[in-house]
Write a protein that binds this ligand. Structure first.
Ligand code: DX5
Ligand code: ZN
Length: 216
């Protein structure tokens, strides 16, 4: 399996509905929510997600780079998200939060910044539908892929297999035609791509090309 989730962070924010339509063959649309506290950048909030979910048939993959996700994540499910990722570094009660997201009917996902190891969270894996391993420092699109994250992707894939779990393993940051094969080989199966999709002349074709490379 290889899912390609274009990140609208690299799209034109004045034309979000059109930009969402431009990648309608994609599996999910990745939406980066930043609050200028957890990361030094600010993007969008609940009202925009509500409108976006009505403007596209592609399910929304929310990536919350915000403080207090315990309070906000449920609001994004209500706004129409099919999957909500919170950062473990920001969550006060990750198990309770994952259960709440699932109880609302969405997929629950947890993200790790580059310096956050997976091992302390091994016991939480059964509570999750997806784990996100950041391959850049969160906050901005267009950064270079951190190769040093490949061993963490590999170790996480091993843990998932050892526990016999079904959860998806997502990578986000610097994923492109040049780096996606390394990520797939290490065990990732959900790929977020911002600049590699929206920076291309034909975003829909970029999605197809990435999917082909990841599955190779
Ligand atoms: C960065 C965001 C990413 C970003 C990726 O903090 O989480 O989703 O859009 O952009 P690229 O693919 O350009 O690195
Ligand atoms: Zn993201």
């Amino acid at each position: 399996m290889a899912l390609i989730n274009p990140s609208i962070l690299s799209a034109d924010f004045a034309r979000l509905a059109e930009e969402a339509k431009a990648v309608e063959g994609a599996d999910w649309l990745h939406v980066d929510v930043m609050d200028n506290h957890f990361v030094p950048n600010l993007t969008l909030g609940v009202p925009v997600v509500e409108s976006l979910s009505k403007a596209t048939d592609t399910p929304l993959d929310l990536h919350l780079m915000i403080e207090d996700p315990d309070r906000w994540a449920p609001r994004y499910v209500e706004a129409g998200a099919g999957s909500v990722t919170f950062h473990v570094e920001a969550a006060a009660a990750p198990v309770r939060l994952a259960r709440e997201i699932r109880a609302q009917g969405a997929r629950a996902s947890m993200a790790l910044k580059p310096a956050t190891p997976i091992e302390p969270y091994e016991d939480l894996l059964p509570e999750l539908d997806m784990l996100l391993i950041m391959t850049v420092e969160p906050g901005f699109g267009g950064q270079a892929f951190l190769d040093i994250m490949l061993p963490k992707i590999r170790r996480t894939r091993e843990l998932i297999s050892r526990h016999g779990l079904e959860l998806w393993l997502q990578v986000d940051g610097g994923v492109s035609a040049d780096t996606i094969e390394r990520c797939a080989e290490a065990g990732a199966d959900v790929f977020v791509a911002g600049s590699a999709v929206y920076g291309a002349d034909d975003p829909a074709k970029a999605v197809r090309d990435l999917r082909e490379k990841a599955a190779a």
